[in-house]
Design a protein around this ligand. Structure first.
Ligand code: PLP
Length: 449
């Protein structure tokens, strides 16, 4: 039995029997987690700047959240949503209503994962408009099920060898200098203008407005490189949607629920989505996602068209209720803002080092969804920031060095990008510790060349 073996045997067992289709940051076993740290089988205690990919936003095993889930386990685990209401589902809606980016978002459907919620949003958009096509962003990531995968444009690995993909998906550039073949110094205004023009072309050359149900965008591009959508771009999308009777769907799976320093990133622009998708931090690790829209729209859906055996599970919803309470009681947004300032300052300090400066193209993000982009000698020769003098694979090498120094941190996108997603309630000391490790790792890797 694998469970009776020692830890190294267990790792070997995992390598033999867990599908090769999974990638892993480290070949280790996480044995426990507490706050901003996880413990590994070999005794290492790691500062966690991954949060399980933006999920454990209140730290591992937050006592109030874990207790709420444990208590719920003793009263009702599965109150299936197509059989009856259950209390945690309704209580969660009650907690979320006041923090919605717009009061018009008043109709909720909970599911388990982000990708399922994306599927539900797509289905709703098609049913509500009677139109088949959808426009997505270059660099966008929405999940690994077939519809979501078909709308993902961040990396080919997610759909390679899996065709045919869902038809009716059209792509337009996100206003990110790198994708538009521009320099990092290009003004936001210019990037937005270029991107909105490309959208106009998509609508005149590829998918007619009368065939197009929705535009789907991450309010902060995640797997595509951690780039906040500029307010003027979101406003432009809103105008296009209003003009043509299309729906605007904001995917806040990664950037929502406090990650950016506001409950939802949409608040920064004030742009109202017709549908908003949430997940990840919503229940601090319990599988829970949500699709939120206007009652006026969802009243048009046929009963039974939405559902799912485990959708809106009672234990996950109870954890979600506790998360909402903790966010408020522990002033988590204020902490996010304070730690965000320190993180940006620390990253700018790293960049000030004359040995490092030529190799950092960008420091960006919002709240505690922050990225550093390095230059690359192996970038496409057509890339205007192709940089033959930079060390190779800086992002993955820096992430590996951080790991050796006790910090879990992830890369993202097809470019050389490191992403910072620490817990939103991380202490000042742990933020400083993580930044110090990162700075040392960059310095060492750059020196090695
Ligand atoms: C923006 C965004 N949408 C959707 C998803 C898919 O969520 P899940 O992995 O829970 O299916 C993710 C996951 O990283 C995401 O970042």
């Amino acid at each position: 039995m694998a469970t009776s073996q020692n830890s190294q045997d267990l790792v070997d067992f995992g390598q033999k029997h867990v599908t090769k289709g999974l990638a892993r940051l480290t070949e280790a076993i996480i044995t426990s987690g507490e706050g901003s740290y996880v413990n590994l089988h070999d005794g290492r205690r790691m500062l966690d700047f991954t949060c399980g990919i933006g999920v454990t936003n209140l730290g591992h095993c937050h006592p109030k959240v874990s207790k709420a889930a444990a208590d719920q386990c003793m009263s009702l685990v599965h109150g299936q949503c197509s059989i009856a209401f259950h209390r945690p589902y309704l209580q969660l809606i009650e907690k979320l209503l006041p923090v919605m980016p717009d009061p018009s978002l008043d109709s909720f459907f909970f599911w388990n994962s982000g990708t399922e919620a994306v599927e539900a949003a797509l289905k709703m958009a098609r049913q509500l408009t009677g139109r088949q096509n959808i426009i997505v962003m270059q660099g966008g990531y929405h999940g690994r099920t077939y519809g979501a995968m078909g709308m993902t444009r961040s990396k080919t690995i997610y759909s390679e060898g899996s065709a045919p993909l869902m038809p009716g998906v059209f792509m337009t550039p996100f206003p990110y200098w790198h994708q538009l073949s521009m320099l990092p110094s290009t003004s936001e205004e210019e990037l937005v203008k270029l991107s909105l023009y490309q959208l106009d072309l998509v609508l005149s050359q590829q998918t007619a407005p009368r065939d197009t149900s929705a535009i789907l965008i991450e309010t902060v591009l995640g797997e595509g490189g951690y780039i906040p959508a500029p307010t003027s771009f979101l406003q432009g999308l809103r105008q296009v949607c209003d003009k043509h009777g299309m729906l605007l769907i904001l995917d806040e799976v990664q950037c929502g629920f406090g990650r950016t320093g506001k409950y939802f990133a949409a608040e920064y622009s004030g742009v109202k989505p017709d549908i908003m998708i949430i997940a990840k931090g919503l229940a601090n690790g319990f599988p829970l996602s949500g699709v939120i829209s206007r009652k006026e729209l969802t009243d048009k859906l046929k009963p039974g068209s939405m559902g799912g055996t485990y959708a809106g599970n009672a234990v996950a919803c109870a954890a979600g209720v506790a998360c909402a309470d903790v966010m408020r009681e522990e002033k988590v947004l204020a902490n996010t803002e304070a730690r965000s300032k320190e993180l940006f300052q620390a990253l700018h300090n790293v960049r000030e080092n004359p040995a490092i400066r030529p190799h950092i193209l960008d420091v960006r993000g919002v709240g505690l969804m922050v990225a550093v982009e390095f230059s690359s000698p192996t970038a496409s020769p057509h890339d205007p920031v192709h940089s033959p003098s930079s060390p190779k694979n800086l992002a993955s090498r820096v992430a590996k060095r951080c790991l050796e120094k006790g910090l879990l941190i992830l890369t993202t996108s097809v470019y050389e990008v490191i992403r910072f997603i620490p817990p939103l309630n991380i202490s000042k000391e742990d933020m400083a510790k993580g930044c110090k490790i990162f700075g040392e790792a960059v310095e060492e890797v750059v020196k090695e060349g």
